[in-house]
Design a protein around this ligand. Structure first.
Ligand code: PEP
Length: 250
């Protein structure tokens, strides 16, 4: 599936009960009259089915925020990739920093989940990003290379893959790298992907971390930025849609 630019995805994280989330999804679906870009929302597991029903026919993608690396089994409390697809999801976020750092997910685990997600036919949004300490130590490039090397399976193709660069220190903090840093980092990631994957230069690259209506346009105008992954601002329909439009989406 080729994703039209801008690609604007909303990670709702552990927010929203049914009524407010369906209202949000409904408002977005009403705005998505004829999408020129790619819009996706990633609700909590419990709301995937209902949100997918609500946005049906609008072109808005619905995805999960994680999946297990096994397709089924004795894994209490976990959700398998085929279950996400069965609930109406067509995508999944993997390797988000809140899981890598908050829950100790390793690159190897993210890689196993990625294999499972692709086997279930899900579009994978692979998150990578350096910590503040790595940023300050000038270790950003090395960290991103290591995460890509460790999280991408050998022989993977570019289809069904999106990479989101999300500096850990920019998530939910109101701080972002400078435009020049984002441009340079995306250029590096593009090169790394081109070397690692046959056709890897075509993988859409998203920036994530404190994207708001007032900085989204500048960020999405940068070379090698195909869109954004939005956390907090995706919980408000007007902000999320303004971000999408700031990237040229209609
Ligand atoms: C995120 O969690 O993926 C994210 C980018 O969050 P925020 O936009 O709130 O920084």
């Amino acid at each position: 599936m080729r994703l039209a630019r801008p690609v604007v995805f909303g990670n709702w994280k552990m927010n929203g009960l049914r009524a407010e989330s369906l209202a949000l999804a409904g408002t977005l679906a009403e705005r998505a009259v004829r999408l020129t870009g790619t819009v996706g929302v990633f609700p909590p597991f419990t709301l995937i089915h209902a949100v997918a029903q609500r946005v049906r026919g609008s072109g808005i993608l619905v995805g999960g925020q994680d999946c297990h690396e096994k397709a089924s089994g004795a894994y209490t409390g976990c959700i398998a990739a085929p279950m996400l697809a069965d609930a109406g999801a067509t995508a999944v976020i993997l390797g988000h920093s809140e899981r890598r750092h908050g829950l100790g997910e390793t690159d190897a685990l993210v890689r196993a989940k990625l294999v499972a997600a692709r086997a279930a036919g899900l579009l994978v949004v692979l998150c990578i990003g350096e910590t503040e300490a790595e940023y300050l130590a000038g270790a950003r490039s090395a960290r991103l290379r290591a995460q890509l090397d460790g999280s991408l399976p050998e022989g993977i193709g570019p289809e069904g893959l999106v990479v989101a660069y999300e500096p850990v220190w920019a998530i939910g903090t109101g701080r972002t790298p400078t435009a020049e840093e984002i441009r340079a980092t995306h250029g590096e990631i593009r090169e790394l992907l081109a070397r690692r994957i046959v056709g890897g230069e075509a993988v859409p690259l998203l920036y994530g971390g404190s994207v708001k209506p007032d900085n989204a346009g500048e960020i999405m105008a940068l070379a090698d930025v195909d869109g954004v992954l939005v956390g907090g601002a995706s919980l408000d329909a007007r902000s999320f849609w303004t971000i999408y439009q700031a990237g040229g989406g209609a």
